[in-house]
Design a protein around this ligand. Structure first.
Ligand SMILES: *Cc1c(COP(=O)(O)O)cnc(C)c1O
Length: 376
């Protein structure tokens, strides 16, 4: 069954008694036991909740993994994964990483003895060179933020196998609809479900999928032990959002390509980063390993003053952080999302004072272009 179809099916077979089309919101902390030493399979909602479980089973199926886990946010999901490591362990990490992940690594987990080396993970040789005897994992974003570089997961996975390292892929930007990292050799995928999976800018959530059952046991131990789980109401919202993942992304990608081409022709735009454009550096590789190019665009304007003008003069497009929802949002990465990245690294990556990022929504693409045109 195709991913879009599987997504629609989420939760519909749960309630066999009434035939309800959606999974109920099990708003309960605890569950009655049928007898001494017996359990219905549910004891306490941190350890397991039917609404959350429907989401967890669903994302595991969509991603082709053995088990899924839902957390209170994307950061909570990544935090829980970092609990797999011990003081002294080292991770190699994508350099143009989501700012919040970078902050979590450098300002929080560095205090517990973990160390991180940032490299361009689209360059397998650079990754190889960064590995030390203490390196336990490679953490990559499969489309990076905001410059949309792509990682060669099969090559990186071969390298991780050879060095006995885990490959963890933050697949937030592509989702299983466009790429399934576990099929390409990753051990774990992680999502900010806040973005495309929930898709409506209405809830914060994180998901993890693990391929190997033994590793999944360990991840479960930490999910239950550390307790950063997603509540039943939010689990339900994510399930509801995920049902339309396919149609949303189809429309978002169609709009994104249209806008990227339009921006590319605009006299005040210096550079457009969109993997669907033929001149994007990873255009070929993405076609090999993914089913689409996503709906994030970064672009450089010719003058800093234009940044504020575009952010404030667009009427349909909102000036806001976050991404992946039905509404089109624009932001200014240098200040809004990547302020926690060291300035030298930002400069090297090309995150500068003329770079804007668009998360393209499901509106009519022509209206979005008209909005940009009047703001220019
Ligand atoms: C937003 C985001 C996160 C963090 O997720 P939250 O749900 O905001 O905690 C992690 N990785 C990427 C790529 C993101 O875009």
């Amino acid at each position: 069954m195709k991913i879009a179809t599987q997504a629609v099916q989420l939760g519909i077979e749960w309630d066999t008694r009434t035939g309800a089309m959606t999974v109920p919101i099990y708003q309960t902390a605890t569950f009655r036991h049928p007898g001494l030493g017996q359990s219905t399979g549910f004891d306490y909602s941190r350890s397991g909740n039917p609404t959350r479980m429907t989401l967890e089973d669903g994302i595991a199926r969509l991603d082709g993994g053995c088990r899924g886990f839902a957390y209170a946010s994307g950061m909570a999901a990544i935090t829980s994964l970092l609990l797999l490591f011990k003081s002294g362990d080292h991770l190699v990490v994508t350099e143009d990483l989501y700012g919040g992940t970078c902050r979590l690594f450098d300002r929080i987990f560095s205090q517990y003895g973990l160390s991180f080396t940032y490299v361009d993970t689209s360059d397998s040789d650079a990754v190889r060179a960064a590995i030390t005897p203490a390196t336990k994992a490679l953490f990559v974003e499969t489309l990076t933020n905001p410059l949309l570089k792509f990682a060669d997961l099969p090559a990186l996975s071969a390298l991780c196998r050879e060095r006995n390292m885990l490959l963890i892929a933050d697949n937030t930007f592509l989702t299983p609809y466009l790429q399934r990292p576990l099929d390409l050799g990753a051990d774990i995928t992680v999502y900010s479900a806040t973005k495309y999976l929930a898709g409506h800018n209405d809830t914060v959530a994180g998901l993890v999928v693990v391929k190997d059952p033994q590793l999944a046991e360990l991840v479960y131990f930490h999910q239950n032990g550390a307790g950063a789980v997603l509540g039943p109401q939010d689990s339900w919202l994510v399930i509801r959002g995920m049902k339309t993942l396919g149609v949303r992304l189809d429309r978002q990608q169609e709009n994104a390509l249209k806008i990227a081409r339009w921006l590319n022709e605009h006299p005040r735009v210096k550079k457009v980063y969109y993997p669907g454009l033929e001149d994007h550096r990873d255009h070929q590789l993405i076609q090999r390993d993914a089913r689409g190019f996503g709906a994030m665009i970064a672009f450089e304007v010719d003058q800093h003053s234009l940044v504020e003008q575009l952010l404030l003069k667009t009427k349909l497009i909102s000036f806001a952080e976050s991404l992946g929802g039905v509404e089109t949002l624009m932001t200014f990465p240098e200040v809004q999302t990547h302020a926690d990245i060291p300035p030298e690294l930002r400069a090297r990556l090309g995150i500068n004072n003329v770079l804007l990022r668009l998360s393209v929504g499901i509106e009519d693409g022509d209206d979005l272009i008209e909005d940009l045109a009047q703001a220019f």
